[in-house]
Structure formats: structure tokens, C-alpha cells
Design a protein around this ligand. Structure first.
Ligand SMILES: NC(=O)c1ccc[n+]([C@@H]2O[C@H](COP(=O)([O-])OP(=O)(O)OC[C@H]3O[C@@H](n4cnc5c(N)ncnc54)[C@H](OP(=O)(O)O)[C@@H]3O)[C@@H](O)[C@H]2O)c1
Length: 220
């Protein structure tokens, strides 16, 4: 049996993050640290999961990363930068300033701070899996915030990879998955709306647990 690892997942309460967590708990023997702004349901009781409150919108310090590194100092840590938001979707010129600050805090500033802290503290046995998107490399009308945030964190991780060859770093495009993010896209009025409606109607969206399995298969 492979030695135990610790998977630290942001946004593990719903969507792909929840599927990653559920897969790891049910199909592997590894530890999971669920970083989420929602408490775990009470029926989710296993000693292999540790819940740590983390709202990326209001992240005031990264102290809990130190606690995680101390608790799991014997294990390899696989950090999955999963939490992200896609709203607001609108043309440039239509955003409110307050939305812009909040958006980049959740989607760039907080993940960059957390990864920076991990790299500083975990000198051996660190993997960073950045859940990216095709949108990091393709301009989509009304998606300027999402595209630019995904591109920024991709590049941050690319630079990390050349600076720290001892850290395993991957930017992973998980494909189009049946989660709340896709519902939010279908409820918007973006020019490409019909493409996303068709993906759902024709059942071409990936099941989150299958997407999780594909992402994790090389790391468990
Ligand atoms: N769905 C797709 O088709 C698709 C395609 C390509 C890439 N992705 C990427 O896959 C990842 C997961 O997305 P998803 O589809 O699972 O979307 P989702 O269902 O909307 O889930 C997003 C996750 O991010 C968390 N989150 C949002 N704001 C947060 C905050 N302020 N602090 C902490 N957590 C926060 C959410 O937590 P709450 O439950 O508390 O809101 C939720 O767990 C994202 O990085 C997304 O960009 C998705």
C-alpha cells in the first residue's frame, strides 16, 4: 500500500471540491484537510478528515497552513487549489469596483498567499494541483474576470515550477463538469449561452466524481 498522503482541498464543500474529498475518503486511505467556509455535515465522521474554516474572501492570515504542515509533517502534502468563482459575468465597463476587489481576492490573492505559505513551510514532499480551465488560455466574451484570474494563477504556478523543482506543480483543466458553476453560466446572459445550455441538455457535462477520479488517479 502507498504511504499515506495528506490532500488539502479548498472549496471542498460542494461541486468538484466535494467530489475530490468524497473520492479520497471513500476510495483511498489518505488524509484530507477540507478548507471550506461551510462546516462538514455531522454524518461525515472519519478520523481521516480534518475540517478547517477558510473563507477566501476574508482571509486575514495564513496561520492555519502552519498548523496543517505541523500536523502532517510526516506525510507528503498535495494541495488542491480548487475553490473559485465565475460571477460576475459581464462586459468590461460593467463591473462595480467593489466586485472587482472581491473577485481578485478570492480567485488570485488568496490562492497565491496560501501556496506561497505552503512552499515556504513544506520543504519536502509538496505537490500543488491548480484546478485551472480552458478559459485560462482562451478569451471568452463576458468572462474577463474568470479568464484573467485563471491565467494569472496558471502563470504563478508555472513560475513556481521553474523556481522550485522539488515541488510537483500541475495546472489541470478538468473539463466541463456538472456543478453549480455551470448552472450559474446557464442562468447568465452571456453571448455563448446556447453552447452551455446544449452541453447540459445533451448530457455532455462530466459527473463531478468522474472528474475527481481523473484528476487524482496519478496522485493517490
Ligand atoms: N464546472 C466546470 O465546468 C469547470 C470547468 C473548468 C474548471 N472548473 C474549475 O473547477 C473548480 C471547482 O469549480 P466547481 O465547478 O466545483 O464550482 P462550484 O460548484 O461553484 O464550487 C466552487 C467552490 O468554491 C468555493 N468557494 C467559492 N467562494 C469561496 C470563498 N470565498 N471561500 C472559500 N471557498 C469558496 C465554493 O464553496 P461554497 O460551497 O461555500 O460556496 C465551492 O466549494 C474551480 O476552480 C473552477 O474554476 C470548473
Amino acid at each position: 500500500m502507498n504511504s499515506k498522503k495528506c490532500f488539502v482541498i479548498t472549496g471542498a464543500s460542494s461541486g468538484l471540491g466535494k467530489a475530490l474529498k468524497d473520492f479520497l475518503i471513500s476510495e483511498t486511505h489518505h488524509f484530507v484537510v477540507s478548507l471550506s467556509r461551510k462546516a462538514e455535515p455531522e454524518d461525515f465522521s472519519t478520523e481521516r478528515i480534518l475540517f478547517s474554516y477558510c473563507d477566501l474572501a476574508t482571509l486575514d492570515n495564513t496561520e492555519f497552513i502552519k498548523d496543517i504542515c505541523e500536523t502532517y509533517q510526516e506525510e507528503d502534502i498535495i494541495y488542491i487549489n480548487n475553490a473559485a468563482t465565475i460571477l460576475p459575468l459581464c462586459e468590461v465597463g460593467g463591473f462595480r469596483e467593489v466586485e472587482l476587489a472581491a473577485y481578485f481576492k478570492i480567485n488570485i490573492e488568496a490562492p497565491v498567499r496560501l501556496i506561497n505559505e505552503l512552499v515556504a513551510l513544506k520543504k519536502k514532499g509538496l505537490t500543488i494541483l491548480n484546478i485551472s480551465s480552458g478559459a485560462a488560455k482562451r478569451a471568452i466574451s463576458n468572462w474577463s474576470l474568470y479568464c484573467s484570474a485563471k491565467a494569472a494563477v496558471n502563470m504563478f504556478c508555472d513560475v513556481l515550477a521553474i523556481e522550485h523543482p522539488e515541488v510537483i506543480v500541475r495546472n489541470i483543466d478538468p473539463g466541463v463538469i456538472n456543478t453549480r458553476m455551470q448552472s450559474q453560466i446557464r442562468e447568465s446572459n452571456i453571448p455563448d449561452l446556447q453552447i452551455f445550455v446544449n452541453l447540459s441538455v445533451n448530457e455532455h457535462l462530466k459527473d463531478p466524481i468522474e472528474a475527481a477520479r481523473e484528476i487524482l488517479i496519478d496522485f493517490v
